[in-house]
Design a protein around this ligand. Structure first.
Ligand code: SF4
Length: 258
């Protein structure tokens, strides 16, 4: 790990409690012109081939982009209409997730709470503000990451997701991860860490280290959930250590945090 650190501002510390073009071979072009005893300019036929290649490459790129955007539309629609588990009966809104669809860093929590259910967005309210401060402490912002949850619908009384609910909802999160292809994941809280790492080790023993997401190998750093930190501010110092670890990991992965 690198020793380079992003320096958080005093305010954040206080808040925390502490289609590439494929070029034609130039030699080939030169030979063509020299053999004809003329200039090195391509003949009309060669120019036509180059144009055709460009059009074909552009078409492939556009098709790939179109498929990518369509996949996002499909998964958004499926989530908004999902009735796979009983939570659809009590939700006000599904909470799909927000942020950059090409983010290097994903933040994954457990499930929407009352505010999130009402607004259809993850991490709003006091926990959301604390999360914003945590991101700012490592030079990040909501716009640069993608934030999602293990569940897309609120469990009544903010209960922990049941294994059945988590299993039913998991394919949506997996598809988001496949589309985003993040370089690293910050798992917020025990539920997220247990589901991503497929372990039941207490969060206090998982945090402070880099793990790998089961099945994908994406580096995962577990830390405390912001809602937990609001209830137990003593944990903020450890959460801050986890953020510094994340900072080092991102730097090693070539991700700028400034
Ligand atoms: S929690 Fe997930 S699986 Fe259950 S209804 Fe909502 S979107 Fe569907």
């Amino acid at each position: 790990m690198s020793n380079g650190r992003t320096t958080p501002s005093d305010a954040h510390l206080k808040e925390l409690g502490l289609g590439q073009w494929r070029h034609r071979d130039s030699n080939e072009m030169e030979e063509s012109g020299n053999e004809a005893g003329e200039t090195n300019a391509p003949t009309a036929g060669v120019a036509g081939n180059v144009e055709e290649e460009k059009i074909s490459t552009t078409t492939l790129t556009l098709n790939a982009e179109g498929r990518y955007l369509r996949q996002w539309r499909i998964v958004r629609k499926e989530v908004s209409e999902c009735v796979l588990c009983e939570l659809h009966r009590t939700r006000k809104n599904t909470v799909f997730g927000v942020g950059a669809e090409d983010a290097d860093l994903m933040l994954i929590g457990e499930a929407p709470g009352a505010d999130e259910d009402a607004q259809g967005e993850p991490f709003v309210g006091r926990a959301g503000k604390l999360l914003d401060s945590m991101l700012a402490a490592i030079g990040m912002s909501r716009e640069r990451v993608f934030i999602a949850n293990i569940l897309k619908c609120r469990p009544p009384n903010n209960e922990n997701p049941t294994p059945n609910e988590a299993e039913k909802c998991r394919p949506y999160l997996n598809r988001q991860i496949e589309l985003i292809q993040p370089k690293a994941i910050l798992a917020l809280g025990a539920v997220a860490a247990h589901n991503l790492l497929d372990v039941e080790t207490p969060i206090g023993r998982l945090r402070g280290a880099v793990h790998e997401m089961s099945g994908s190998g994406i580096p995962v750093i577990p830390t405390y959930h912001p809602a937990y930190l609001l209830r137990r501010p003593q944990g903020k110092a450890q959460a801050f250590e986890d953020l510094m670890l994340l900072c080092d990991l991102l730097e090693d992965l070539g991700v700028s945090t400034t």
